[in-house]
Design a protein around this ligand. Sequence first.
Ligand SMILES: [Zn+2]
Length: 366
Amino acid sequence: MRRFCEDLFIVEISSVSTEALVTLHAELHRHLGGSVVPRVLWRYFQRSNADLADRFPNYPEFEEFYTRPRNTLDEYLELHTLVEKVQTIDTLPYFVYRLIRGAYIFENLAYLELRYTPYLRTPEHLSQSQRIEQMAEIVQVVGKSSQLSEYPIVTSQILCMHSRLPYEVNRAIVDLAAQTPEYVCGVDLAGGDAQYADRLDEFITLYSYARSLGLNTTGHLYETKSGCYPELLPYLMRIGHGIQIPLLYPELLKSVADRRQCLEVCPTTYLKTGTLSDLRQLKVVFDRCFEAGVDIAISTDNAGLHNVRLPFEYESLLTQDIIGFQQLQACQEAAFRHAFAYPHNQTPAKLLTELLDHKQMAHASL
Ligand SMILES: [Zn+2]
């Protein structure tokens, strides 16, 4: 995890108004695979992958192919495999560097949890046990590559169990998360929620095991109509998406609020996966959650795949009157509150305002 450098801020804040500081955001739900923006991926193909460079000789066609909406979640998840294949132990530093740089410069991120399935970054020709063994190295590479002194974001990883991977692999992912707290802050379950049904007991066991190891948990759940499994809910500290709870099962909101679970709502995803046809359908989600006292952290999910950055997600919710400024601020604060690895009990804005006040008081007393 990246050290949150207060000293660095103290040096800089004397010339900055406190209002400027509220532009520091926390991102809780972003996939490493879907984070590569189309131009970075296309350039990578041109430089290093002759097959894919031949398939996509021109950038505009590639961007169109990469970012166009899909009909279903499964079809959308297929695209991840294109990126997963090129994100290897050797190329990960290239992609992670560009991801962190973009997140700092264009999104003002102060905090970022990056999630992925480490097993899917290991070479396919290796045996299962060899691939499991190599996962630790992947986590190290991602962890080290995300620590950039010129772009100081607090980062940590969430390791995703995968609904299409065998139990042994998922259990090894949980073990690895517990063994590397310096880089990993929690576990997730991804890969398409319609696939959970046949193996529900297995995933309950895995989550229960993760909790017994003291791990933080989130999981893709109640994202689509076919991904609603109340049995899994009690094991999660945050819910990946969860929008079907307020939409279809509002009676569950009280227990979600009682458990202090936060929904990670990723607006653009629902349009890209065909889960919603209009973003304004999210108004009910926000209204019901606010009414029930359920926190929401607005996230991007796959910022690169969508070609949409976090501030744009905020702006589009505001301009379409889905939420107001006060609600937006509540969601931004909730993101820091529910962050698994944020080392402070206040948002950067409040923290820095306090530091400024403190500094002014110290000056006045001289
Ligand atoms: Zn996701």
